[in-house]
Design a protein around this ligand. Structure first.
Ligand SMILES: C[S@@+](CC[C@H](N)C(=O)[O-])C[C@H]1O[C@@H](n2cnc3c(N)ncnc32)[C@H](O)[C@@H]1O
Length: 345
């Protein structure tokens, strides 16, 4: 599988438009705050972007960030501006051609930003322990449309657990299926390269995350993928694919379900570019100044992470009121048609 993927991203694809799905999205839908950051990125780097979501969580200044499968570095160079001169971004990829583009423009970006805070490593995301990175040394790990391509996803999440600081998070976009992908689709090299064949059934992803110690994965955003090539669409049959962004906090204390301890938080409105609201995930859009009831896990995700200073916390864990209302387990994604291209990265 590594050879197929290296060939696809190193030799077959030259440009974002060469992809045969809507995974890599429409530039017009990029959020306003990201546009000035992208405008400082070299056009060749932008032209070889193959991501399927937005992997820039808030409050990154001074953070140490790792990008798994960084490709030609678009997200690395965007994140470099968000972490600033006191932070660092490390990109890892296994494909020489992709890394060569990323490296080629390092000096250009250092001059454009006024600081040089990125580095790129050649390696496999299943074998992060071979890269000489210190365990527990990253605040945030991101990845954009890569985990589906890995033949050993358990090893990837194990490596992420090892490298994250306590309270750090894995914030990543990837492709998921509404059911288990049959062998005929998985073994098709083009469908694999297009990030469809290796996609996990969403509930198997949740099991995988639990297995590797990420007890309460939070879905941030999702959209159905359209397969724009009619011949590929026929090969896929009834399968539906989604691009989704999850955040997985490294917090040993999280429970396997959202339990209600009668707690609440109040957002102070103090996170840059988030004066009116803080969106933790799809179900937690927390307005500034308003008492917002939370389960025990959400309380920990805000109290035990870099977000703590931006919240007031109400309650403790002294009394349990049962399961938190609305803690469900049905298909978590919106829109099942697979024919629209929704919100973008
Ligand atoms: C779909 S592209 C996404 C690239 C980049 N994240 C972006 O948004 O443009 C997938 C990238 O992941 C890299 N990749 C796939 N599997 C990998 C693995 N097991 N180890 C390291 N890199 C991998 C490929 O070389 C390719 O550059």
């Amino acid at each position: 599988m590594h050879d197929i993927v290296q060939d696809y991203y190193g030799r077959q694809l030259q440009h974002s438009d060469d992809l045969k799905t809507s995974a890599c999205c429409d530039i017009s839908q990029i959020p306003a705050w990201l546009k000035p950051l992208l405008s400082r990125i070299h056009p060749e780097v932008l032209s070889r972007y193959y991501g399927c979501g937005l992997v820039c969580p808030p409050l990154l200044e001074g953070c140490r960030v790792l990008d798994l499968g960084c490709g030609s570095g678009r997200d690395v160079y965007a994140l470099a501006q968000l972490v600033g001169p006191t932070g660092e971004v490390v990109g890892v990829d296994m494909t020489d051609e992709q890394l060569a583009v990323a490296e080629k423009h390092r000096a250009y970006h250092a001059e454009s930003f006024g600081f040089n805070n990125v580095r790129f490593l050649h390696g496999y995301i299943e074998r992060l322990d071979e890269l000489g990175l210190e365990p527990g040394s990253f605040d945030v790990i991101v990845s954009n449309c890569v985990v589906n391509l890995s033949p050993d996803k358990d090893a990837v999440l194990r490596g992420v657990q090892r490298l994250l600081k306590d309270g750090g998070e894995f914030y990543f976009s990837d492709v998921y299926a509404d059911r288990r992908v049959p062998d005929a689709v998985r073994n098709d090299p083009v469908l694999y390269g297009e990030c469809l064949g290796g996609a996990l059934y969403w509930n198997d992803f949740l099991r995988l995350a639990h297995r590797q110690g990420f007890t309460d994965p939070r879905l941030v955003d999702d959209r159905p993928l359209a397969i724009t090539d009619p011949e590929l669409a026929t090969r896929i049959g009834n399968l539906q694919f989604f691009s989704a962004t999850y955040r997985l906090f490294k917090l040993d204390i999280l429970e396997t379900a959202c339990e209600d301890y009668g707690q609440a938080v109040i957002y102070r409105g103090s996170i840059p570019d988030s004066a009116d609201r803080f969106v933790l995930d799809k179900h937690h859009d927390i307005q500034t100044g308003k008492v917002f009831p939370v389960c025990g896990n959400t309380w920990y995700m805000l109290h035990g992470t870099r977000f703590a200073a931006h919240f007031d916390f109400i309650g403790d864990f002294s009394r349990h009121y049962g399961i938190f209302e609305g803690c469900g387990s049905a298909l978590p994604f919106d829109g099942q048609s697979g024919t629209t291209s929704g919100a973008c990265c």
